[in-house]
Design a protein around this ligand. Sequence first.
Ligand SMILES: Cc1cc2nc3c(=O)[nH]c(=O)nc-3n(C[C@H](O)[C@H](O)[C@H](O)COP(=O)(O)O)c2cc1C
Length: 316
Amino acid sequence: MLILAPMQGLTELMFRKVYHKCFPGALDYSISPFLSLTHGNLSDAWKKIDDVLPLSNQDSLPVIPQILGKEPLEFTDLANRLYDVGYTEVNWNIGCPMRRVTAKHRGCGILPYPDEIRYILEQVMPHLHPRLSIKMRLGLNSPQEIFSIIPILNDFPLANVTIHPRTGRQQYDGQVDLNTFEQVLPLLHHPIIYNGDICTISDYRRLQHRFPQINHFMIGRGILYDPLLPLRIKGSECSTPDNHLRQTIHFIQSLLDAIGEGNIRDESKMRKTKEYWCLLRRSLPITQQQATTVLHAQYYSSTLSQINNLLQNLAS
Ligand SMILES: Cc1cc2nc3c(=O)[nH]c(=O)nc-3n(C[C@H](O)[C@H](O)[C@H](O)COP(=O)(O)O)c2cc1C
C-alpha cells in the first residue's frame, strides 16, 4: 500500500484530484492536511471542511481526514461529524513540528507528555464513532520519548500508527532514525506505516529490505520530486524515459491548469505555482539556472509563460 502524506498547502483537494486523474491507482489513499482545533473550537477546522467532504472528493484519491488538536470534546465532535458524512476513520496528528503548534502541547509537542496522550485517548475513544489512526514522530526532543508512549497506544484499539522517525526538533533535517524505528516495531501492537525520505525507488527498496514486516509506506515530498515514483515502486510505469517525461510534463501542466482555474487572485496563483515549481522542477531534466529563473518572475502571467516555455522545449 502506498499512501500520500498530508502536506499543508500542497496535498489539498486540487492536488489529489489532479494526481488521481493523471495516475489512477498509483496511490492507494491519502491523509488530508490537518483540520485544526486551534482555539479549542471547530471554527478553523470548519473553514477547510470542503477539502474532505465526500461530495468534493468524488473523482479524487480516497482521503482520510486528519485532525490536529488536544481538546477531547471538540476532537470527538469533529470526528463524529466526519463519521456522519461518511468517514469510517480519522487520523490524529501528533507529529506536527511547527513551534507555534508544539508550544501548546499540540502536534508533536504532546510527545514528552504521555499522561496527556493517555488522558485524551481515554476521553475520546469511548465516544468516537470512526476508527482512530495516529501519525506521529519519535519524540519532540528525543527519539526515546516514543518508548513511554507505546504502552499507552497499545491500550487502545487504533486502526494504525504512522511513524516519521525524526524528532520534532529535527523538523525535516538530518537523518531519519531507522535504528530507533526498528526497536519500536516489535513493541507496538498496531499496524505500522513507515513515513520519511522515500524519494527514489532505491530508498523504497532499502526500507522494504530492512523492514520486510512493513507493507504500508507513506510518501510526501518524494511524490513532488518525482510524481511517477509510486508507479515506479508498483512496477507499472510506462517503460521508456520519453514516456516518463511526457507523463511528468502532462501532470505538471494539469496541476498548473487547476491552479489557473482556481477562484483566487493572480498573486496567490503565482505563489502557489512557485511553491509547487520549487519541488516539481526536480522531476525535469533542466538546469538549476533554468529552474531558478522562473522563481524570479514578477507576475503570474510571466511565471506561467516561463514554465510553459520550458515544458514545451522539453516535450519537443
Ligand atoms: C509543507 C509540509 C506540510 C506538511 N503538513 C502536514 C500535515 O498537515 N499533517 C501531517 O501529519 N504532516 C504534515 N507534514 C509532514 C508530512 O506528512 C511527512 O510526514 C513529512 O514530509 C516526511 O515525509 P516525506 O519525507 O515523505 O516528505 C508536512 C510536511 C511538509 C513538508
